[in-house]
Design a protein. Structure first.
Ligand code: SF4
Ligand code: SF4
Length: 299
């Protein structure tokens, strides 16, 4: 079984307990306006192009079977419309101005990479976290990788937007030790900000809670979109209503996604103002005042 993976991050300390390896799977059914990993959204391999790194050597021009690259009067023009993501140009670009995003990997390959750091997980109560993109969107691979991880004695986390058929979510219950469940917007604004309705997500969350699952709620806060008192209160009330909720993570907007979207050639680059640390602390205090669940912010 294979899946399209766009990154494997080692020594992660924010995506579940202890030291972890995070496997980022490519492709997501949501299109959050503020996505800080826009390269995770498409289910296809893509190409990052960073013009500032290009030294104009022309190796990509001769490598490309589709004639996507043209160097003209010192300018590098890249026609993405014709690109078939074969990666030949990136393999010739020693300046790393071109980079393939997404690699097909087998469960065995990913597990081998994950297990290389087992000692660190054992000493820190860490483990493996599957993230994305949306791991549930590549369900068979996710199930097999979680199963293999459990058999190898690893603690497993699944970071999810929760938008998937309930039978798939239910099938993973015995394989996930901790769910990292996104709470992105008020029910009224959810579709506008993410492209999908909130109800199936909430139904899945209630279902795993009734089944005895443990979860952390992961809450991106984007200034002017979802950092309202109303939304914060809804997060607190949701956490209070879940038996298995252990923690609320506040995730203030990070502009990392803007540069990535530009490197993907996107025309719809989203921008929001950075949320000041003092304001994040205020949100943390507000949530703490309305829930008994631990609230965590990265400040
Ligand atoms: S191979 Fe890389 S550095 Fe050379 S022209 Fe192409 S993008 Fe620029
Ligand atoms: S990935 Fe392949 S088709 Fe796309 S620009 Fe590079 S060489 Fe051309």
């Amino acid at each position: 079984m294979e899946a399209l993976v766009f990154d494997i991050e080692k020594f992660a300390v924010h995506d579940g307990p202890g030291i972890r390896t995070v496997v980022f799977m490519k492709g997501c059914p949501l299109h959050c306006l503020w996505c800080h990993n826009p390269e995770s959204q498409s289910f296809k391999t893509e190409l990052f192009f960073t013009p500032e790194k290009c030294i104009g050597c022309g190796w990509c021009v001769s490598a490309c079977p589709q004639k996507c690259h043209i160097i003209q009067e010192g300018r590098h023009l890249f026609d993405r419309e014709k690109c078939i993501s074969c990666g030949r140009c990136a393999s010739k670009c020693y300046a790393e101005a071109l980079e393939v995003v997404g690699k097909r990997m087998s469960v065995a390959e990913v597990l081998k990479s994950v297990l290389a750091d087992k000692l660190f997980y054992d000493n820190s109560n860490g483990g493996v976290t599957l993230s994305g993109g949306e791991p549930l969107a590549q369900f068979e691979f996710t199930r097999e990788l979680l199963d293999a991880s459990k058999k190898a004695g690893l603690h497993t986390c699944l970071e999810t937007c929760g938008y998937a058929p309930s039978e798939k979510v239910r099938a993973l219950l015995p394989l996930v030790d901790l769910w990292l469940w996104d709470v992105k917007a008020t029910p009224e604004m959810h579709k506008q900000f993410t492209g999908v309705e909130y109800k199936p997500i909430l139904d899945n969350l209630r279902m795993i809670d009734e089944a005895g699952a443990k979860m952390w709620l992961r809450c991106p806060l984007i200034h002017g979109l979802n950092d309202s008192e109303e939304h914060l209160l809804q997060i607190a009330e949701l956490a209070n209503s879940l038996r298995g909720c252990q923690r609320i993570d506040i995730e203030p907007y990070h502009p990392l996604g803007e540069g990535k979207a530009q490197r993907l050639g996107r025309s719809d680059v989203f921008h929001a103002d950075f949320i000041d640390k003092a304001i994040v602390k205020k949100y943390e205090s507000f949530l703490t005042a309305h829930t008994n669940v631990q609230v965590y912010s990265p400040t």
